[in-house]
Design a protein around this ligand. Sequence first.
Ligand SMILES: Nc1ncnc2c1ncn2[C@@H]1O[C@H](COP(=O)(O)OP(=O)(O)OP(=O)(O)O)[C@@H](O)[C@H]1O
Ligand SMILES: [Mg+2]
Length: 411
Amino acid sequence: MSFISSSSTDSSTSSGPPRPSPSAVFKAREAAAKAKRTAEAAAQAEEIKKTFKNDKRFEFLSLIAHGQFGSTCRVRYKDEALPDIQDFLVKRSFKSPAAIRALAVEKRHLGSMRGNRHVVQTIDIPDNPLAKIDEKEWIIMEWIACGTMENFITRAKERLVEGQTLPNRLLWRFFLCLVKSCIAMAHPNAGEIARKGMTASGLFHADMHQGNILLGDPPEDAEHSIAPIMKLIDFGMAEKWPKEKPTAEQENIFDIGCIMLDLIMLRENSQHQEPIYKEFEFRGKKFKTAAGRLIPGVHGVDKRLAGLICACMATNARFRPPLWLLHSDLATVYIPGRTPDLYQNRAAEEDEAITKLWRDIVYNGDPPEVILGPEDEEDDIWSDISSELSVRSNYSGFSDLLELFPFTYPT
Ligand SMILES: Nc1ncnc2c1ncn2[C@@H]1O[C@H](COP(=O)(O)OP(=O)(O)OP(=O)(O)O)[C@@H](O)[C@H]1O
Ligand SMILES: [Mg+2]
Protein backbone atom coordinates (compact mmCIF):
# COMPACT_ATOMS: atom_id res chain seq x y z
CA MET A 1 0.00 0.00 0.00
CA SER A 2 1.31 3.46 -0.86
CA PHE A 3 1.00 6.38 1.55
CA ILE A 4 1.84 9.02 -1.07
CA SER A 5 -0.71 11.78 -1.14
CA SER A 6 -1.45 13.64 -4.38
CA SER A 7 0.43 16.70 -3.08
CA SER A 8 3.65 14.87 -2.22
CA THR A 9 5.21 14.41 -5.60
CA ASP A 10 8.55 16.12 -4.92
CA SER A 11 10.88 13.26 -5.70
CA SER A 12 13.32 15.35 -7.79
CA THR A 13 15.61 16.19 -4.86
CA SER A 14 15.93 12.72 -3.43
CA SER A 15 16.90 9.41 -4.82
CA GLY A 16 15.19 6.12 -4.16
CA PRO A 17 11.49 5.49 -3.81
CA PRO A 18 9.28 8.49 -3.01
CA ARG A 19 8.76 9.06 0.72
CA PRO A 20 5.27 9.24 2.23
CA SER A 21 4.17 12.76 3.20
CA PRO A 22 4.07 13.52 6.95
CA SER A 23 0.29 13.84 6.89
CA ALA A 24 -0.09 10.47 5.17
CA VAL A 25 2.19 8.91 7.78
CA PHE A 26 0.17 10.53 10.53
CA LYS A 27 -3.10 9.23 9.04
CA ALA A 28 -1.68 5.75 8.67
CA ARG A 29 -0.51 5.76 12.30
CA GLU A 30 -3.94 6.95 13.41
CA ALA A 31 -5.64 4.21 11.41
CA ALA A 32 -3.30 1.59 12.88
CA ALA A 33 -3.91 2.87 16.43
CA LYS A 34 -7.65 2.85 15.84
CA ALA A 35 -7.55 -0.70 14.52
CA LYS A 36 -5.55 -1.73 17.61
CA ARG A 37 -8.17 -0.12 19.89
CA THR A 38 -11.01 -1.82 18.03
CA ALA A 39 -9.29 -5.19 18.44
CA GLU A 40 -8.58 -4.53 22.12
CA ALA A 41 -12.21 -3.53 22.71
CA ALA A 42 -13.47 -6.69 21.00
CA ALA A 43 -11.13 -8.81 23.14
CA GLN A 44 -12.33 -7.03 26.30
CA ALA A 45 -15.96 -7.60 25.35
CA GLU A 46 -15.22 -11.30 24.83
CA GLU A 47 -13.56 -11.48 28.25
CA ILE A 48 -16.53 -9.78 29.92
CA LYS A 49 -18.92 -12.12 28.15
CA LYS A 50 -16.98 -15.12 29.47
CA THR A 51 -16.79 -13.67 32.95
CA PHE A 52 -20.56 -13.36 33.24
CA LYS A 53 -21.40 -16.52 31.32
CA ASN A 54 -21.36 -18.98 34.20
CA ASP A 55 -23.65 -16.96 36.43
CA LYS A 56 -27.33 -17.30 35.62
CA ARG A 57 -28.12 -13.87 37.01
CA PHE A 58 -26.41 -12.19 34.05
CA GLU A 59 -26.72 -11.99 30.32
CA PHE A 60 -24.06 -10.24 28.27
CA LEU A 61 -25.84 -8.05 25.70
CA SER A 62 -23.30 -6.21 23.57
CA LEU A 63 -20.23 -4.06 23.17
CA ILE A 64 -21.60 -0.50 23.10
CA ALA A 65 -18.69 1.70 22.15
CA HIS A 66 -14.99 2.18 22.46
CA GLY A 67 -12.94 5.36 22.60
CA GLN A 68 -9.34 6.41 23.16
CA PHE A 69 -9.06 4.83 26.57
CA GLY A 70 -11.43 1.93 26.83
CA SER A 71 -14.64 0.17 25.97
CA THR A 72 -18.19 -0.03 27.29
CA CYS A 73 -20.43 -3.12 27.34
CA ARG A 74 -24.06 -3.61 28.30
CA VAL A 75 -24.95 -6.49 30.61
CA ARG A 76 -28.40 -7.54 31.83
CA TYR A 77 -29.04 -8.43 35.44
CA LYS A 78 -31.89 -10.87 35.89
CA ASP A 79 -32.00 -11.39 39.63
CA GLU A 80 -35.65 -11.05 40.65
CA ALA A 81 -34.54 -10.44 44.23
CA LEU A 82 -33.04 -7.11 43.10
CA PRO A 83 -35.50 -5.69 40.55
CA ASP A 84 -34.01 -2.19 40.81
CA ILE A 85 -30.90 -3.29 38.97
CA GLN A 86 -31.76 -4.26 35.44
CA ASP A 87 -29.22 -3.50 32.78
CA PHE A 88 -25.85 -2.05 33.65
CA LEU A 89 -22.78 -0.81 31.85
CA VAL A 90 -19.26 -2.09 32.31
CA LYS A 91 -16.66 0.50 31.39
CA ARG A 92 -13.17 -0.95 30.96
CA SER A 93 -9.89 0.78 30.46
CA PHE A 94 -7.32 -0.32 27.94
CA LYS A 95 -3.96 -1.42 29.33
CA SER A 96 -2.01 1.80 28.74
CA PRO A 97 -1.00 3.80 31.83
CA ALA A 98 -2.92 6.83 30.50
CA ALA A 99 -6.10 4.76 30.13
CA ILE A 100 -5.77 3.28 33.61
CA ARG A 101 -5.17 6.75 35.01
CA ALA A 102 -8.29 8.12 33.26
CA LEU A 103 -10.42 5.32 34.69
CA ALA A 104 -9.04 5.92 38.18
CA VAL A 105 -9.86 9.63 37.84
CA GLU A 106 -13.38 8.79 36.70
CA LYS A 107 -13.89 6.31 39.53
CA ARG A 108 -12.79 8.81 42.12
CA HIS A 109 -15.09 11.55 40.84
CA LEU A 110 -18.08 9.24 40.38
CA GLY A 111 -17.53 7.99 43.91
CA SER A 112 -17.70 11.52 45.27
CA MET A 113 -20.92 12.25 43.33
CA ARG A 114 -22.87 9.16 44.35
CA GLY A 115 -26.50 9.96 45.00
CA ASN A 116 -26.62 12.82 42.48
CA ARG A 117 -28.93 11.53 39.84
CA HIS A 118 -27.99 13.96 37.05
CA VAL A 119 -24.59 12.33 36.99
CA VAL A 120 -24.25 8.67 35.98
CA GLN A 121 -24.29 6.46 39.06
CA THR A 122 -21.92 3.63 39.85
CA ILE A 123 -23.64 0.54 41.13
CA ASP A 124 -22.68 -2.37 43.34
CA ILE A 125 -23.47 -5.89 42.24
CA PRO A 126 -23.50 -8.55 44.94
CA ASP A 127 -20.96 -11.34 44.32
CA ASN A 128 -19.70 -9.46 41.32
CA PRO A 129 -18.06 -11.87 38.85
CA LEU A 130 -15.83 -9.01 37.64
CA ALA A 131 -13.98 -9.16 40.96
CA LYS A 132 -11.68 -11.65 39.18
CA ILE A 133 -10.36 -8.84 37.01
CA ASP A 134 -8.15 -6.16 38.55
CA GLU A 135 -10.55 -3.52 39.80
CA LYS A 136 -8.33 -0.77 38.45
CA GLU A 137 -9.60 -1.80 35.02
CA TRP A 138 -13.37 -1.50 35.31
CA ILE A 139 -16.33 0.46 36.63
CA ILE A 140 -19.95 -0.69 36.78
CA MET A 141 -22.55 1.98 36.17
CA GLU A 142 -26.29 2.24 35.78
CA TRP A 143 -27.52 1.76 32.22
CA ILE A 144 -28.95 5.01 30.82
CA ALA A 145 -31.51 3.88 28.34
CA CYS A 146 -32.33 6.66 25.89
CA GLY A 147 -29.07 7.36 24.05
CA THR A 148 -26.78 10.33 23.66
CA MET A 149 -27.83 13.91 23.15
CA GLU A 150 -26.19 13.80 19.74
CA ASN A 151 -28.52 10.97 18.78
CA PHE A 152 -31.47 12.87 20.16
CA ILE A 153 -30.70 15.91 18.02
CA THR A 154 -30.28 13.80 14.89
CA ARG A 155 -33.63 12.13 15.42
CA ALA A 156 -35.36 15.36 16.46
CA LYS A 157 -34.35 16.90 13.14
CA GLU A 158 -36.01 14.02 11.33
CA ARG A 159 -39.21 14.53 13.30
CA LEU A 160 -39.53 18.33 13.30
CA VAL A 161 -40.36 20.34 10.22
CA GLU A 162 -37.80 22.74 8.73
CA GLY A 163 -37.35 25.76 11.01
CA GLN A 164 -39.24 24.20 13.93
CA THR A 165 -37.44 24.10 17.28
CA LEU A 166 -37.96 21.86 20.30
CA PRO A 167 -40.78 23.06 22.58
CA ASN A 168 -39.65 25.73 25.04
CA ARG A 169 -41.06 23.81 27.98
CA LEU A 170 -38.91 20.81 27.07
CA LEU A 171 -35.85 23.03 26.64
CA TRP A 172 -36.35 24.59 30.08
CA ARG A 173 -36.43 21.11 31.62
CA PHE A 174 -33.30 19.98 29.81
CA PHE A 175 -31.61 23.14 31.02
CA LEU A 176 -32.50 22.33 34.64
CA CYS A 177 -31.09 18.80 34.24
CA LEU A 178 -27.82 20.28 33.00
CA VAL A 179 -27.72 22.84 35.81
CA LYS A 180 -28.22 20.00 38.27
CA SER A 181 -25.35 18.04 36.81
CA CYS A 182 -23.17 21.11 37.39
CA ILE A 183 -24.48 21.39 40.95
CA ALA A 184 -23.57 17.72 41.46
CA MET A 185 -19.99 18.56 40.43
CA ALA A 186 -19.75 21.76 42.46
CA HIS A 187 -21.65 20.63 45.56
CA PRO A 188 -21.76 16.83 45.58
CA ASN A 189 -23.36 16.62 49.02
CA ALA A 190 -26.08 19.21 48.55
CA GLY A 191 -28.82 17.07 47.01
CA GLU A 192 -28.52 18.91 43.67
CA ILE A 193 -29.70 22.18 45.17
CA ALA A 194 -27.32 25.14 45.08
CA ARG A 195 -27.57 27.97 47.58
CA LYS A 196 -25.84 31.29 47.64
CA GLY A 197 -22.57 31.25 49.53
CA MET A 198 -21.85 27.52 49.28
CA THR A 199 -18.19 26.63 48.74
CA ALA A 200 -17.69 24.86 45.45
CA SER A 201 -15.56 21.75 44.94
CA GLY A 202 -13.75 23.22 41.93
CA LEU A 203 -14.45 20.21 39.72
CA PHE A 204 -14.37 20.94 35.98
CA HIS A 205 -15.75 18.24 33.67
CA ALA A 206 -13.44 19.25 30.80
CA ASP A 207 -15.06 16.98 28.20
CA MET A 208 -18.65 18.14 27.98
CA HIS A 209 -20.00 17.31 24.56
CA GLN A 210 -23.11 15.75 23.11
CA GLY A 211 -21.72 12.19 23.32
CA ASN A 212 -21.14 12.61 27.05
CA ILE A 213 -24.69 13.65 27.86
CA LEU A 214 -27.16 10.79 27.98
CA LEU A 215 -30.93 10.72 28.19
CA GLY A 216 -32.65 8.36 30.57
CA ASP A 217 -36.19 7.29 31.31
CA PRO A 218 -37.79 9.91 33.55
CA PRO A 219 -37.81 9.26 37.27
CA GLU A 220 -41.21 9.48 38.91
CA ASP A 221 -41.21 13.10 39.98
CA ALA A 222 -42.83 16.34 38.91
CA GLU A 223 -39.58 17.73 37.55
CA HIS A 224 -39.45 15.03 34.90
CA SER A 225 -43.18 14.65 34.36
CA ILE A 226 -42.97 15.61 30.69
CA ALA A 227 -39.28 15.16 29.90
CA PRO A 228 -36.58 12.51 30.10
CA ILE A 229 -33.73 12.98 32.54
CA MET A 230 -30.34 14.10 31.24
CA LYS A 231 -27.23 12.73 32.89
CA LEU A 232 -23.60 13.67 32.53
CA ILE A 233 -21.10 10.83 31.96
CA ASP A 234 -17.39 10.33 31.24
CA PHE A 235 -15.37 11.98 33.98
CA GLY A 236 -12.03 10.60 32.77
CA MET A 237 -10.74 14.09 31.98
CA ALA A 238 -12.38 15.89 34.90
CA GLU A 239 -10.07 17.85 37.14
CA LYS A 240 -10.10 19.97 40.26
CA TRP A 241 -9.18 23.53 39.47
CA PRO A 242 -7.26 25.96 41.58
CA LYS A 243 -9.51 28.68 42.94
CA GLU A 244 -8.45 31.19 40.27
CA LYS A 245 -10.88 32.87 37.90
CA PRO A 246 -12.55 31.68 35.81
CA THR A 247 -13.70 29.08 38.27
CA ALA A 248 -14.55 25.49 37.38
CA GLU A 249 -18.20 26.36 38.04
CA GLN A 250 -18.08 29.22 35.54
CA GLU A 251 -16.44 27.02 32.91
CA ASN A 252 -18.98 24.23 33.41
CA ILE A 253 -21.74 26.84 33.04
CA PHE A 254 -20.26 28.00 29.75
CA ASP A 255 -20.26 24.40 28.56
CA ILE A 256 -23.91 23.78 29.43
CA GLY A 257 -24.69 27.03 27.62
CA CYS A 258 -23.10 25.49 24.49
CA ILE A 259 -25.17 22.34 24.95
CA MET A 260 -28.38 24.39 25.25
CA LEU A 261 -27.46 26.44 22.21
CA ASP A 262 -27.05 23.21 20.22
CA LEU A 263 -30.40 21.92 21.46
CA ILE A 264 -32.06 25.11 20.28
CA MET A 265 -30.26 25.22 16.94
CA LEU A 266 -30.49 21.41 16.57
CA ARG A 267 -26.81 21.13 15.68
CA GLU A 268 -24.68 18.04 16.15
CA ASN A 269 -20.93 18.31 16.64
CA SER A 270 -21.00 22.06 16.98
CA GLN A 271 -17.50 22.07 18.46
CA HIS A 272 -16.27 22.08 14.89
CA GLN A 273 -18.14 25.31 14.13
CA GLU A 274 -16.92 28.81 14.83
CA PRO A 275 -18.89 30.58 17.57
CA ILE A 276 -20.63 33.83 16.66
CA TYR A 277 -19.79 36.60 19.12
CA LYS A 278 -22.28 39.38 19.72
CA GLU A 279 -22.95 41.97 22.35
CA PHE A 280 -25.84 41.68 24.76
CA GLU A 281 -26.97 43.80 27.69
CA PHE A 282 -26.73 42.80 31.28
CA ARG A 283 -27.30 45.11 34.27
CA GLY A 284 -27.17 48.10 32.01
CA LYS A 285 -23.78 47.17 30.60
CA LYS A 286 -22.95 45.57 27.31
CA PHE A 287 -21.00 42.36 27.20
CA LYS A 288 -19.98 39.84 24.64
CA THR A 289 -21.50 36.40 24.35
CA ALA A 290 -20.44 33.42 22.27
CA ALA A 291 -24.14 32.59 21.80
CA GLY A 292 -24.54 35.19 19.06
CA ARG A 293 -26.70 32.78 17.07
CA LEU A 294 -29.50 33.53 19.55
CA ILE A 295 -29.39 37.27 18.86
CA PRO A 296 -31.65 39.01 17.90
CA GLY A 297 -33.80 35.92 18.52
CA VAL A 298 -34.75 32.55 17.13
CA HIS A 299 -38.30 32.18 15.90
CA GLY A 300 -40.48 30.49 18.52
CA VAL A 301 -37.79 30.42 21.23
CA ASP A 302 -38.57 32.07 24.58
CA LYS A 303 -36.45 35.23 24.85
CA ARG A 304 -35.86 34.64 28.56
CA LEU A 305 -34.38 31.26 27.80
CA ALA A 306 -32.25 32.71 25.02
CA GLY A 307 -31.12 35.49 27.38
CA LEU A 308 -30.03 33.08 30.08
CA ILE A 309 -28.07 31.02 27.57
CA CYS A 310 -26.39 34.18 26.27
CA ALA A 311 -25.38 34.95 29.84
CA CYS A 312 -24.05 31.41 30.45
CA MET A 313 -21.90 31.91 27.37
CA ALA A 314 -20.63 35.38 28.30
CA THR A 315 -17.00 35.61 27.18
CA ASN A 316 -16.18 37.30 30.46
CA ALA A 317 -16.78 34.55 33.02
CA ARG A 318 -17.69 37.11 35.68
CA PHE A 319 -21.01 37.72 33.98
CA ARG A 320 -22.10 34.11 33.79
CA PRO A 321 -24.95 33.51 36.25
CA PRO A 322 -23.91 31.49 39.31
CA LEU A 323 -25.35 28.03 39.82
CA TRP A 324 -27.50 28.99 42.79
CA LEU A 325 -29.18 31.66 40.69
CA LEU A 326 -29.66 29.43 37.66
CA HIS A 327 -31.11 26.75 39.87
CA SER A 328 -33.60 28.98 41.65
CA ASP A 329 -34.43 30.75 38.44
CA LEU A 330 -35.31 27.55 36.60
CA ALA A 331 -36.76 25.43 39.39
CA THR A 332 -38.91 28.06 41.03
CA VAL A 333 -39.67 30.60 38.32
CA TYR A 334 -39.46 29.35 34.76
CA ILE A 335 -40.37 25.70 34.96
CA PRO A 336 -43.44 26.13 37.16
CA GLY A 337 -44.33 29.49 35.60
CA ARG A 338 -43.95 28.79 31.90
CA THR A 339 -47.35 27.24 31.26
CA PRO A 340 -48.58 26.54 27.72
CA ASP A 341 -50.83 29.62 27.72
CA LEU A 342 -47.70 31.83 27.91
CA TYR A 343 -46.77 30.42 24.54
CA GLN A 344 -50.12 31.38 23.06
CA ASN A 345 -51.34 27.87 23.83
CA ARG A 346 -49.27 26.57 20.97
CA ALA A 347 -50.30 22.92 20.72
CA ALA A 348 -46.67 21.81 20.71
CA GLU A 349 -46.17 23.30 24.20
CA GLU A 350 -48.92 21.21 25.83
CA ASP A 351 -47.81 18.48 28.25
CA GLU A 352 -49.16 15.64 26.14
CA ALA A 353 -47.56 16.95 22.95
CA ILE A 354 -44.16 17.32 24.64
CA THR A 355 -44.33 13.85 26.15
CA LYS A 356 -45.32 12.37 22.82
CA LEU A 357 -42.58 14.24 20.98
CA TRP A 358 -39.66 13.18 23.15
CA ARG A 359 -40.88 9.61 23.32
CA ASP A 360 -41.23 9.53 19.54
CA ILE A 361 -37.74 10.92 19.18
CA VAL A 362 -36.16 8.55 21.69
CA TYR A 363 -38.05 5.38 20.92
CA ASN A 364 -38.43 6.10 17.23
CA GLY A 365 -42.15 5.55 17.41
CA ASP A 366 -41.65 2.09 18.94
CA PRO A 367 -42.85 1.33 22.44
CA PRO A 368 -40.03 1.45 25.00
CA GLU A 369 -38.10 -1.74 25.51
CA VAL A 370 -39.44 -3.89 28.34
CA ILE A 371 -36.52 -5.11 30.35
CA LEU A 372 -37.77 -7.33 33.14
CA GLY A 373 -40.90 -9.35 33.73
CA PRO A 374 -44.33 -9.10 32.18
CA GLU A 375 -45.53 -6.06 34.10
CA ASP A 376 -45.01 -2.70 32.44
CA GLU A 377 -44.92 0.10 34.98
CA GLU A 378 -45.23 2.79 32.35
CA ASP A 379 -48.81 3.72 33.32
CA ASP A 380 -47.79 4.43 36.89
CA ILE A 381 -45.04 6.72 35.72
CA TRP A 382 -47.30 8.88 33.63
CA SER A 383 -50.64 8.88 35.38
CA ASP A 384 -50.22 10.22 38.87
CA ILE A 385 -47.66 12.97 38.94
CA SER A 386 -48.10 15.98 41.14
CA SER A 387 -48.08 19.29 39.30
CA GLU A 388 -46.33 20.88 42.27
CA LEU A 389 -42.56 21.20 41.99
CA SER A 390 -40.95 19.00 44.59
CA VAL A 391 -37.76 21.01 44.65
CA ARG A 392 -37.60 24.42 46.26
CA SER A 393 -34.50 26.35 47.09
CA ASN A 394 -34.21 29.17 49.59
CA TYR A 395 -34.67 31.61 46.76
CA SER A 396 -36.70 34.48 48.09
CA GLY A 397 -38.74 35.75 45.21
CA PHE A 398 -38.95 37.04 41.72
CA SER A 399 -38.06 40.60 42.65
CA ASP A 400 -34.73 39.39 44.07
CA LEU A 401 -34.09 37.65 40.85
CA LEU A 402 -34.73 40.73 38.76
CA GLU A 403 -32.55 42.82 40.98
CA LEU A 404 -29.72 40.32 40.75
CA PHE A 405 -30.16 39.45 37.18
CA PRO A 406 -31.88 42.23 35.28
CA PHE A 407 -31.26 41.23 31.72
CA THR A 408 -32.16 43.13 28.70
CA TYR A 409 -32.92 40.07 26.64
CA PRO A 410 -32.04 39.92 23.00
CA THR A 411 -34.86 41.46 21.04
N1 LIG B 1 -24.10 4.59 31.67
C1 LIG B 1 -24.28 4.44 30.37
N2 LIG B 1 -25.45 3.98 29.87
C2 LIG B 1 -25.61 3.82 28.54
N3 LIG B 1 -24.66 4.09 27.61
C3 LIG B 1 -23.47 4.55 28.05
C4 LIG B 1 -23.22 4.77 29.45
N4 LIG B 1 -21.96 5.23 29.58
C5 LIG B 1 -21.45 5.31 28.35
N5 LIG B 1 -22.34 4.91 27.43
C6 LIG B 1 -22.14 4.84 25.96
O1 LIG B 1 -20.77 4.56 25.72
C7 LIG B 1 -20.15 5.68 25.03
C8 LIG B 1 -18.73 5.85 25.53
O2 LIG B 1 -18.74 6.08 26.91
P1 LIG B 1 -17.72 7.08 27.60
O3 LIG B 1 -17.89 8.42 26.98
O4 LIG B 1 -17.87 6.98 29.07
O5 LIG B 1 -16.36 6.38 27.19
P2 LIG B 1 -15.05 6.94 26.51
O6 LIG B 1 -14.15 5.77 26.39
O7 LIG B 1 -14.58 8.09 27.27
O8 LIG B 1 -15.51 7.33 25.11
P3 LIG B 1 -15.02 8.55 24.22
O9 LIG B 1 -13.52 8.53 24.20
O10 LIG B 1 -15.66 8.23 22.90
O11 LIG B 1 -15.59 9.78 24.88
C9 LIG B 1 -21.08 6.87 25.29
O12 LIG B 1 -21.02 7.88 24.31
C10 LIG B 1 -22.43 6.19 25.32
O13 LIG B 1 -22.90 5.97 24.01
MG1 LIG C 1 -17.11 9.92 26.07
